[in-house]
Design a protein around this ligand. Structure first.
Ligand SMILES: Cc1cc2nc3c(=O)[nH]c(=O)nc-3n(C[C@H](O)[C@H](O)[C@H](O)COP(=O)(O)OP(=O)(O)OC[C@H]3O[C@@H](n4cnc5c(N)ncnc54)[C@H](O)[C@@H]3O)c2cc1C
Ligand SMILES: NC(=O)c1ccc[n+]([C@@H]2O[C@H](COP(=O)([O-])OP(=O)(O)OC[C@H]3O[C@@H](n4cnc5c(N)ncnc54)[C@H](OP(=O)(O)O)[C@@H]3O)[C@@H](O)[C@H]2O)c1
Length: 536
């Protein structure tokens, strides 16, 4: 029999020999009882418990206040987990999540990790940006939580579910709203397909603040549902929990990507080499180098003819998750309405066009007058300055312009006197200038103090918003010194990082600071909520 060593209560830096550490851990385990894993004590806690043995540090560094170094959306999961190695379990759970505080799971990453750890939340598959990879890692960490602790009454007790939020205030309690209209923001000839979508909220009475995001429950493409039904060789009206199989496939389950559980199910009902392959896929291996493109239909085609029991098949799938979009309107100038700015995700894998489920739902499948299940995702640290006199600088290429249209409408409606500077960029000036007429009208009226544009595909050279920021460095620095709040919205993987780098360079050059001091200046802007991001 192997004995799993208990995790340590003591911080790694506490000055004890291994023998002292083992004795003290035993003592603390006895004093506190072990339930569901251990969070090492801080140095202050140890100093309080053992006065005189070690000195209390001057400051109280909270474990989480280290900037969560793993939380860079461009860092692969394996590296994030390495960065979190040796941390308490909830921190490692947090590191498994793919993008800091995108809000789509209904929590901040830290809160999601904490409720998983305390078992108040049992759903391990809520992290939309992390998808299957994050769900798999969370499952592994959850097993550690289950196996690391002796079962005490407290550990096995059912935790009461959190109270339900008011209708429309959380993904767990959506409300019904009506699609009003939509129009395409790119002109004919563009390579992009981005839509302005208007939704009526008058009937349901839902309200929001600028900076908030809007959650939408989509429905899958009926063409894809038909193809899945055909590949399953199952009758569309097969009854599943009071609904038909077609209905459940339409709005109950995700059709992409194929989850591990499905491959597990397939491994039970196939034999030979196919079983081995399905088992490997269920364990997260990639025997044929194609896992990245295996949606449900591709998985069924790969294992053609398996004909699983429809009920077991549905059981093996993930629920269809809502998607969130930055709100691009102010309620003050659009009473009873909300608008979104949605880039339709379509791409080809082999001969089949794959559709982003929610973006193509909003971009086409839902019709004017149709009902939608929606909710408001409150913004965390993404809001206009409380003082309307403060200047604001907004950097929003592509769909990143969405919340800034809302900010501008709000500043106009509230007659905020502070100056407004918008950086917008996209591929081509002729086709991709979203809200061109509105923005130019705001500029003419003086509401938009400066409008700086960056077109990446107009000429031979790529011009991005950060190039324009560097060109404008002297003025940007002057605005910052006047107390400007600066905002960035859009692509998290590359753009937001490049913009931050440009900002640091601007501070270094025009603020005459060393690169380290410039980076600290930008960190301070963040700490003081003067540099805020809404990136995805
Ligand atoms: C806070 C926040 C605000 C957001 N605001 C906006 C907004 O204002 N406007 C907006 O358009 N989006 C916004 N998004 C993104 C939005 O939530 C969705 O993620 C996006 O619309 C895609 O969802 P989908 O359901 O259409 O695609 P999904 O069905 O989720 O498919 C997307 C997946 O498809 C795959 N994929 C996409 N393109 C390719 C490709 N070319 N090749 C291979 N695979 C690919 C990727 O795996 C990707 O994760 C925001 C996200 C967050 C978190
Ligand atoms: N999860 C999803 O499936 C999903 C769905 C929709 C959007 N997104 C992502 O969300 C983001 C927003 O998409 P979008 O349609 O609004 O526009 P986008 O693809 O971000 O493009 C907007 C502009 O930004 C430019 N750009 C590219 N790299 C940049 C960089 N490093 N720094 C600054 N600008 C850069 C683009 O130029 P070039 O293209 O010419 O290089 C283009 O001119 C994108 O990252 C997109 O991938 C993801």
């Amino acid at each position: 029999m192997s004995i799993t060593p208990l995790p340590s209560f003591l911080p790694e830096t506490a000055p004890f020999t291994p023998q002292q550490r083992a004795w003290l851990d035993g003592l603390f385990a006895g004093v506190f009882g072990l339930e569901g894993g251990v969070t090492p004590l801080s140095k202050q806690d140890v100093a309080k418990l053992l006065p005189g043995l070690i000195d209390a540090p001057d400051e109280a560094p909270e474990e989480i206040d280290d900037g969560a170094p793993w939380h860079d959306p461009a860092t692969p999961l394996s590296e994030r987990m390495k960065l979190a190695e040796g941390r308490p379990l909830p921190r490692r759970m947090m590191a498994a999540m793919a993008q800091q505080d995108c809000g789509q799971c209904g929590y901040n990453c830290k809160d999601y990790a904490d409720v998983l750890f305390s078992k108040k939340e049992k759903r391990l598959n809520l992290c939309v940006p992390g998808g299957k990879e994050t769900a798999r890692m969370l499952k592994q960490l959850y097993q550690e939580l289950e196996s690391g602790a002796p079962k005490t009454d407290a550990a096995t007790e059912e935790v009461a579910p959190a109270p339900l939020a008011a209708p429309g205030r959380s993904r767990d309690n959506p409300i019904t709203a009506t699609l009003l209209s939509r129009y395409r923001l790119n002109k004919e000839g563009s390579e992009k397909e981005t839509w302005h979508v208007e939704i009526d909220l008058a009937e349901c009475g839902l309200d929001y603040e600028v900076g908030d995001s809007f959650g939408v429950f989509p429905a899958n493409d009926p063409g894809l549902v038909d193809a899945v039904l055909q590949a399953l060789e199952a009758p569309p009206d097969f009854p599943i929990g009071g609904r038909t199989l077609r209905e459940v496939l339409t709005d109950g389950v995700s059709l992409s990507p194929a989850p591990d559980m499905l491959f597990q199910l397939i491994s039970y009902i196939t034999g030979g080499e196919r079983r081995q392959k399905a088992k490997a896929l269920a364990e997260g291996r990639d025997p044929d180098g194609d896992t990245a493109v295996l949606d449900l239909l591709a998985a069924l085609q790969k294992f053609a003819g398996i004909r699983p029991d429809p009920e077991a098949f549905i059981e093996a799938l993930d629920p269809l998750q809502p998607r969130v979009y930055s709100i691009s309107s102010s309620l003050k100038s659009n009473p009873g309405r909300v608008s979104l700015t949605v880039d339709a995700v379509r791409y080809k894998v082999n001969d089949r066009t794959r559709l982003g489920v929610a973006s193509t739902f909003l971009a086409g499948r839902v019709k004017s007058g149709d009902k939608l299940r929606v909710y408001v995702q409150k913004a965390q640290h993404f809001a206009l300055p409380a003082d309307p006199n403060k200047p604001i600088i907004m950097i929003g290429p592509g769909t990143g312009v969405a919340p800034f249209r809302a900010f501008l409408q709000e500043r106009i409606a509230t007659k905020a006197p502070g100056p407004n500077w918008l950086y917008f960029g996209h591929q081509r000036s002729d086709f991709d200038f979203f809200y061109e007429d509105e923005l130019k009208a705001m500029r003419r009226a003086g509401h938009l103090t400066r409008l700086t544009l960056a077109w990446s595909r107009d000429g031979d050279e790529k011009i991005y918003v950060q190039h324009r920021m560097r060109d404008d460095g002297r003025d940007l620095w002057a605005w910052l010194e006047r107390g400007a709040h600066i905002y960035v919205c859009g692509d998290a993987l590359r753009m937001a990082k490049d913009v931050e780098r440009a900002l640091i360079d601007v501070v270094a050059v025009h603020g005459k600071r060393s690169p380290e001091d410039a980076a600290r200046y930008v960190e301070d802007l963040k700490k003081n909520d003067r540099y805020q991001a809404d990136v995805y």
